[in-house]
Design a protein around this ligand. Structure first.
Ligand code: ADP
Ligand code: MG
Length: 227
């Protein structure tokens, strides 16, 4: 697909597939087009050319809410929590909009448990350290029971221990059959959890493959060093 802002192509002929049960990494320097790609897939931005397929269905013309009902959920690079609501209530708002809204309390309890957030369920979101707030944001996305989950720099602000737990969560989501796409700067995390990694630079995919292959690719190194 292609996305142009004026004459500038933020994405230029990018093709990407996310498989159920797999964690797909999307990396690249700042400004490469990663968040723009998420905007196009989640329906916040129309591509200038190309299509978005969900389970083989063309959703290119559907808005974000319809795509969410098709099983797509995402998080944002900039946090989007309700600062004055508790962790529990942030999850509850999402659960009450989700497919299991009639058992929202159960969904919230499960998520608090799975994400290790139960001990701080009553804390206001705006008092949380960034790393923890990002986990709540992931929980909000999971309340929608997504089959495709797009995560935009979810580990930014997490400490080493939090990231390790987060890695286990991503593997367990993949184990449940979710197609996870991970945009992340923490290379340790990317290399340890991703089945497949795509490298975006200046709107184009410059390398794709298993993490250990991409890591050794000289074009990737050159892109990060700014040539
Ligand atoms: P990344 O998430 O990889 O850091 P982005 O997708 O945010 O990159 O940005 C990709 C490119 O598109 C950048 O050159 C950025 O300046 C440009 N861009 C992003 N959003 C807009 C916009 N709304 N209008 C114009 N240019 C934009
Ligand atoms: Mg971004």
């Amino acid at each position: 697909m292609t996305v142009a802002f004026g004459g500038h192509r933020a994405l230029d002929g990018v093709g990407l597939t996310a498989e159920p049960g797999r964690v797909t990494g999307l990396i690249g320097p700042n400004g490469a087009g990663k968040s723009t790609l998420f905007d196009v897939v989640s329906g916040l931005r129309r591509p200038s050319a190309g299509r978005v397929l969900l389970d083989g269905r063309d959703v290119t013309r559907l808005g974000p809410a319809r795509r969410a009902r098709c099983g797509l959920a995402r998080t944002f690079q900039r946090l989007e929590l309700f600062g004055r609501l508790s962790v529990r209530d942030n999850l509850r708002v999402a659960a009450e909009l989700g497919p299991e809204r009639r058992r929202a309390d159960r969904v919230v309890a499960e998520l608090l448990d799975r994400l290790g957030l139960a001990p701080i369920a009553d804390a206001h979101a705006d008092t949380l350290p960034t790393g923890v707030a990002r986990l709540v944001e992931v929980g909000r996305a999971l309340a929608a029971r997504p089959t495709l989950l797009l995560l935009d720099e979810p580990a930014a602000g997490q400490d080493g221990e939090e990231t390790e737990r987060f890695a286990a969560l991503l593997r367990s989501l993949a184990g449940d059959g979710v197609a996870v796409v991970l945009v992340e700067h923490d290379m340790g995390l990317v290399m340890s959890v991703c089945d497949q990694v795509h490298v975006l630079n200046l709107g184009k995919i410059i390398s794709s493959g298993p993490p250990e292959v991409v890591r050794g690719d000289e074009t990737v190194l050159a892109a990060y060093l700014g040539d």
